[in-house]
Structures are given as structure tokens and as C-alpha cells.
Design a protein around this ligand. Structure first.
Ligand SMILES: NC(=O)C1=CN([C@@H]2O[C@H](COP(=O)(O)OP(=O)(O)OC[C@H]3O[C@@H](n4cnc5c(N)ncnc54)[C@H](O)[C@@H]3O)[C@@H](O)[C@H]2O)C=CC1
Ligand SMILES: NCC(=O)COP(=O)(O)O
Length: 374
């Protein structure tokens, strides 16, 4: 069964097929928590890539104009209201300026200081991005980091973009996957890209075991296989699956999830033609000799997989939501309030650049696929 059958897509129709020949892809970039490093990194990436990519920033226009003027007075932004775009569509400005769709903040921004008054505005940027993909304004969405606690403090239960995009697009199951290029040890050949997908996303550790089920894992494996083929051009993805418990349960003496849940889900995936293997002990799986032939590692929970990925690739990793009816990528880091409080120019923009490049590559792959099919 394909991921499409499993996930029951919403009516959301991405705009990819409608890019004019030679036109720059239009990508929505939500600027994230205003008191964090997101707005600066989003402006820098959009301005640096403007010749090739029409990045449309979603955030408070006056705040972004002020931030841009501090980064570099040469940066030119053009602001539009969401209402204007709804009525007239996204205008085709040239690469001399970066378009901003104004999503006003409620409160004045103090860098490094969270203000729950602004939580709902941050969420509104995500809604505008999703609306814009459905309306054909954007081919993909790149999200700068937001502060999950501030959205909750604003009174909206929120665990992450991943879950929010799933809910807002009517997608019952998505998969968080982070990807990056590990550095080669000196003199050694470049290792393959490291991709780490998660069976569960933002869950308290005490709830992880209960959240694992054969059917759930089977759907996760389907989505990874489907999207690595369709969105990453990998013909026969090989997925290595971690156990949950130390030593993958030590034959049942250190936990039974491997025997009762994970191994049967892998066997079921294999029966559907998916090259999934495991469960393997997570502490020894992340070695070059295993990873060199793997396209993705499926970890059972957030802090089993992501510390390894971030250790190997922090600063240029990309977070991709698989299984959505739209392309969504993000950075591998958070809001870095400590840096934002100290001023501009301190945050590394490598991950934001990589998130944008990955979104464009995925949009191009999707465009080619659509052209082949028509
Ligand atoms: N995609 C998203 O929206 C994400 C949001 N977050 C959120 O960010 C908030 C803060 O999370 P933390 O765990 O403190 O992680 P964090 O990534 O914001 O900060 C951890 C450390 O890394 C440094 N750092 C982060 N990004 C950096 C960059 N681009 N350049 C240089 N140094 C950088 C920070 O200065 C800090 O020392 C939380 O609310 C979390 O939920 C975290 C990850 C992703
Ligand atoms: N550690 C990854 C993370 O927290 C990003 O979550 P999301 O907001 O992209 O769902």
C-alpha cells in the first residue's frame, strides 16, 4: 500500500505544475519566533538567493524592514497585505527586491525576550503559508524556528510545525526526517548523506513506548519509502530501523517492543517490497560500515536519532516533513534566543540556506515528475 493510500490526502493542491518556463520558484519562508534568530536568517537567505529563488517572507512587514535595514541597508523588501494577495494573486516582482506578506505582530519585539502576545501571529504565518500553497502562490514552505512554548503560552496547544502542518492539511500521519552531509575524516572519501527519520516526534519520553504500534510503524515505513523514491529520487531506499530498548531488547530481557512491535512491522514492510531491516541496537547502528549502504535510519524517538544527526551535521542539516501533500523544510536548530539577545550577525545561516536549497530541489523534482506524468 502506498503512503498516499495510507495518509488520505486533503484537497490541498500544490502549485508546482504551474511554474512558468524560466521563472524562479516561489517559496514561502515563515520567519518564526520574532525574538529569535529566524527573522535575520530568513532575510539573509532570501536576499542572497534572490536571483534564483523568489522567497516570499511571511512575517510582520515593519519589523522585517527594520531588521533588514540593520543587516544591510542595501536589502530591499516590498510588503503586501495578505488580503491583497488573496484578491490579486502573488505579483511577479523581479529579483531586485524580496516580497513580504505582512502578518502583523501584536507586541513590540525585544530580541531574546519571548512575548506570548506574539504567539498567535507566528501561527498565522504558518496558516498563510499553507493557504498560499493551496492557492498556487508557493511551491514549497521553509520554516524558520519558532518557540513552541510561546505558542502554548498564547493559549494554543502546540507541539511543533510537523504536527501542525499535518493537522492543517488533514494528513493523519507524517514523518519527521532530518538530513545532512557528515564531514569526511581527513583523507577519507565523503560519506553518504545521513538521513534520520523518527517514529515518534515531540513526545515526553515516558509516552514513547505506548505510542509505538505495528500499524503505526508500518505507515511510517511506507511514508519514508514513498517519499525517498518520489521526492529524493532514490530508486530502492534501504531503511535501517533502530530498536527502542538497550541492545534492541536483548532478546526480550530488556524490553519486548522489538519482538512484539518493531520486528513484525519490519516484516510487514518487507512483504510489501520495502527494504527495511532491523531492529538494530541504536548505540551501535550509527557506524560508517552500516550507514554506507543506508538511505535512512528510522529512530524510535526524538532524542535517540537527532543527537547523532546534529553531532554529525549541525549547522547545515535540514528538517523535512515527509508524507505531507506539500513540501515543507526547516532548519536543524531552534530560536537561539541567547544569540538573538546579543545582536545581529552571530547566528550561522548554513542550515537555513540548506533548508531553502532542499525545498527548491524538492520542488524541481516534483515539477519534473508532474511534467513526465502529463
Ligand atoms: N524548526 C523549529 O521551529 C525548531 C524550534 N525549536 C525550538 O527552539 C527553542 C529553543 O530550543 P533549544 O533547545 O534552546 O535549541 P537552539 O537550537 O535554539 O539552541 C541550542 C544552542 O545552539 C545554538 N544555536 C542554535 N542555532 C544556531 C545557529 N544558527 N548558529 C549558531 N548557534 C546556534 C544556540 O545559541 C544554543 O547555544 C525551543 O522552543 C524549541 O522548541 C527547536 C528546534 C527546531
Ligand atoms: N528537533 C526538531 C524540532 O523540534 C523541529 O520541530 P518542528 O517544529 O519542525 O516540528
Amino acid at each position: 500500500m502506498s503512503a498516499t493510500q495510507h495518509t488520505g490526502r486533503s484537497a490541498l493542491r500544490p502549485a508546482t505544475a504551474r511554474r512558468a518556463r524560466g521563472a524562479r520558484p516561489a517559496i514561502a519562508v515563515t520567519v518564526g519566533e520574532p525574538a529569535g534568530i529566524g527573522p535575520e536568517l530568513a532575510i539573509r537567505a532570501a536576499w542572497a538567493r534572490r536571483a534564483e529563488v523568489n522567497c516570499v517572507l511571511l512575517g510582520d512587514a515593519a519589523f522585517l524592514a527594520m531588521t533588514a535595514s540593520y543587516i544591510d541597508p542595501a536589502i530591499k523588501l516590498s510588503a503586501l497585505s495578505l488580503q491583497a494577495v488573496r484578491h490579486g494573486g502573488l505579483p511577479h516582482f523581479g529579483p531586485e527586491r524580496v516580497t513580504v506578506i505582512d502578518v502583523p505582530l501584536a507586541a513590540h519585539v525585544v530580541p531574546g525576550k519571548l512575548d506570548k502576545e506574539n504567539g498567535r501571529s507566528v501561527l498565522a504565518t504558518l496558516d498563510a503559508a499553507i493557504e498560499g500553497v493551496g492557492a498556487g502562490w508557493f511551491e514549497a514552505v521553509v520554516t524558520a524556528p519558532l518557540q513552541k512554548s510561546t505558542i502554548n503560552d498564547a493559549g494554543v496547544p502546540f507541539s511543533g510545525h510537523t504536527e501542525y502542518f499535518a493537522e492543517r492539511t488533514g494528513t493523519p500521519q507524517v514523518v519527521m526526517m532530518l538530513a545532512g552531509q557528515p564531514a569526511a575524516p581527513s583523507g577519507a572519501p565523503t560519506p553518504p548523506p545521513l538521513r534520520v527519520a523518527l517514529a515518534t516526534t515531540h513526545l515526553p519520553l515516558k509516552d514513547v513506548a505506548a505510542a509505538l504500534s505495528r500499524d503505526g510503524l508500518a505507515r511510517v515505513l511506507d511514508i519514508i519509502d514513498h517519499d525517498l523514491r518520489g521526492k529524493f529520487g532514490i530508486a530502492a531506499p534501504r531503511i535501517l530501523v533502530c530498536g527502542l530498548n538497550p541492545h534492541a531488547g536483548e532478546g526480550g530481557y530488556l524490553g519486548r517492543e522489538e519482538i512484539d512491535i518493531i520486528a513484525p512491522a519490519i516484516a510487514a514492510a518487507q512483504a510489501r517490497g520495502i527494504d527495511a531491516r532491523g531492529p538494530y541496537p541504536a548505540d551501535t547502528l550509527f557506524q560508517p560500515k552500516y550507514l554506507q549502504d543506508a538511505d535512512c535510519v528510522l529512530a524510535m524517538y526524538h532524542d535517540q536519532g537527532l543527537p547523532v544527526l546534529k553531532y554529525a551535521t549541525f549547522g547545515h542539516g535540514v528538517n523535512i516533513t515527509l508524507g505531507l501533500p506539500l513540501i515543507r523544510t526547516s532548519v536543524d536548530h531552534g530560536t537561539a534566543l541567547d544569540l538573538a539577545a546579543q545582536g545581529l550577525g552571530l547566528a550561522d545561516g548554513g542550515s537555513m540556506d540548506a533548508a531553502l536549497d532542499t525545498a527548491v530541489a524538492m520542488a524541481n523534482a516534483s515539477l519534473h515528475l508532474n511534467q513526465e506524468q502529463t
